[in-house]
Design a protein around this ligand. Structure first.
Ligand code: HEM
Length: 512
């Protein structure tokens, strides 16, 4: 049988057509606004603040769980709100997206990328991640530091009891943020306060200034500074003022950290100190690799930032949700009373059994994450994800809001419902979700190494508050107000302020 040349020609043309269609799809960027030459979508970016709300609106407008914005001549920002695509980025192609973008805020905080969270992939990141994971966040280190954390859990009760005795309301935001900061200061420096502290057990002016500077840094970190998009502007003009804000905040924190660190390095040098008692000692005495003072200082600042934001925000929101829905508070109290009873305080050893409490925290991570996006990742090479072309150098923003509030994943997503996370047959609740239906500790090479510490701090904070006190809205406050989210970020619009009453026998409460 002979085949007609015209049929052969037809087959060849058909195959060429298929190849062309395939090539077109694999070079197609995710949907997004058409960029202008050179500036891309920079004008819209500046017109649509807060940027995270604009990006989420674009995802809705394009009806797409993945979108692409081009900023400036060449920066592609890819935002993602569905778990399957998020898993492609953070699990299937983890190696490709294991770096961080260069941003002026990250550069300044990490003192030229000497640290773990903010550094691009490379030798420095690798070294610091091993040091942090093995020496500071390993299970033996966690055990070793338990007495220090216990002291802070007791201090929290004293602080709240003192507010009650003074007849003042309890500001849950202040109590939570300072608890987290006190824990990490105690672990790192072996002390709770940089100054004397307040006589009621609360922070003094120094610690208020310190924590406020840390939260300023968190607010501007990866804040789409114009010089991140046009790097030649970086050291020439502080277009949006971010550099000054960051530098001022870093200076404040250094004012408290650096003298302590320098003094301690000196004490080890001259033999005045010879026993490892805290994380600072640990960092100073490391051999092979030996850290420079600059590396120690930058890493300590970064660990402070990593510890204070998520736990305090999650607990403030849980408390607000519980006040709105007292049945949830009742179930949490019942769990603690069943597991612990009323004759001793809840301890860290109880954490594995406090599954309803952890489900409440996980629900808070889902519905009210501290930041709208995960810490950004950077594409190390051209690749294809979800059928779209992702160019080398793209910033990848996995949306914590988009995952946690995704109606295709969660039934009635805006409802605070801890029961969603309770396993069958009393299975322990973990705060992480490796399927990325919500993003708490994330996953993969750049996943959070502080999961045990983060889980412990958050659970102890909430459990101690709920076990130690009963909570109510002050009479003149309207309950509905307490659940309004800020427009510019996703924190509670007003700090949660409540009336507390002791609920345990007097002798159980520790005294300062
Ligand atoms: C509830 C508490 C915490 C939450 C929800 C949390 C969440 C996260 C997230 C989302 C990331 C980014 C992961 C990614 O890029 O995909 C991260 C990274 C990191 N976290 Fe945490 N974290 C918590 C507590 C802590 C604590 C207490 C520490 C240490 C003191 C810590 C240390 C780190 C470090 C060093 C990284 C950087 C990992 C890397 O880039 O290789 N975290 N964390």
């Amino acid at each position: 049988m002979t085949i007609q040349p015209s049929i052969i020609m037809g087959i060849i043309l058909f195959l060429l057509f298929i190849k062309l269609v395939k090539k077109k799809n694999s070079t197609q960027l995710p949907p997004g606004p058409t960029p202008l030459p050179f500036i891309g979508s920079m004008i819209q970016l500046h017109q649509n603040k807060p940027i995270f709300r604009w990006i989420h609106k674009l995802m809705d407008d394009y009806n797409s769980p993945i979108i692409c914005l081009r900023l400036g001549p060449s920066t592609h920002v890819i935002a993602v709100s569905c778990p399957t695509i998020a898993c492609e980025f953070l699990k299937t192609q983890d190696e490709v997206f294991a770096s961080r973008p260069d941003a002026i805020s990250a550069y300044l905080i990490s003192n030229n990328y000497r640290t773990t969270v903010l550094s691009p992939i490379g030798e420095q990141w690798r070294m610091m991640k091993v040091i942090v994971s093995e020496n500071m966040l390993s299970s033996w280190a966690h055990k070793w530091f338990q007495p220090k954390r216990d002291e802070e859990a007791n201090h929290l009760l004293c602080y709240i009891s003192n507010q009650i005795q003074k007849g003042t309301l309890v500001n849950i935001r202040i109590a939570s943020q300072h608890f987290c900061a006190n824990v990490i200061k105690k672990l790192i420096f072996g002390k709770r306060f940089f100054g004397e502290g307040h006589e009621d057990g609360g922070p003094g002016v120094e610690d208020i200034e310190h924590i406020s500077a840390l939260f300023t840094m968190l607010r501007y970190l990866y804040g789409f500074s114009t010089s991140d998009i046009f790097p030649w502007l970086r050291w020439r003009i502080d277009f949006d003022g971010h550099v000054k804000i960051m530098r001022d905040a870093i200076k404040i924190v250094q004012k408290y950290h650096d003298p302590l660190i320098d003094e301690r390095i000196q004490a080890w040098k001259n033999g005045a100190r010879n026993e490892v008692k805290d994380l600072l000692d640990k960092l100073i005495t490391l051999e092979n690799p030996k850290l420079t003072p600059e590396e120690i200082k930058a890493q300590i600042l970064e660990l402070m930032l990593a510890t204070i934001d998520n736990p305090s925000n999650a607990v403030e929101w849980v408390m607000a949700e519980m006040i709105k829905e007292p049945l949830i508070l009742k179930r949490a109290v019942e769990e603690i009373d069943n597991v612990v009873g009323c004759n001793r305080l809840v301890e860290e050893l109880d954490v594995p059994q406090l599954n309803y409490i952890k489900a409440c925290i996980k629900e808070s991570f889902r519905l009210h994450p501290y930041t709208p996006f995960n810490v950004p990742r950077l594409a190390l090479k051209d690749t294809i994800v979800a059928g779209y072309f992702i160019p080398k150098g793209s910033y990848v923003l996995i949306s914590r809001l988009g995952l946690g509030r995704n109606p295709n994943v969660w039934n009635n997503p805006m409802r605070f419902d801890p029961d969603r996370h309770l396993g069958k047959n009393g299975k322990q609740v973990a705060l992480s979700d490796h399927e990325l239906r919500l993003l708490s500790f994330s996953t993969g090479k750049r996943g959070c190494p502080g999961m045990i510490l983060g889980t412990t701090i958050t659970t102890m904070l909430l459990a101690r508050m709920i076990q130690g006190f009963s909570w109510e809205t002050p009479q003149n406050e309207q309950q509905v107000n307490s659940l309004i989210e800020n427009h510019d970020n996703i924190l509670l619009a007003k700090p949660l302020v409540l009336v507390a009453e002791p609920r345990l026998p007097q002798h159980i409460y520790p005294t300062i």
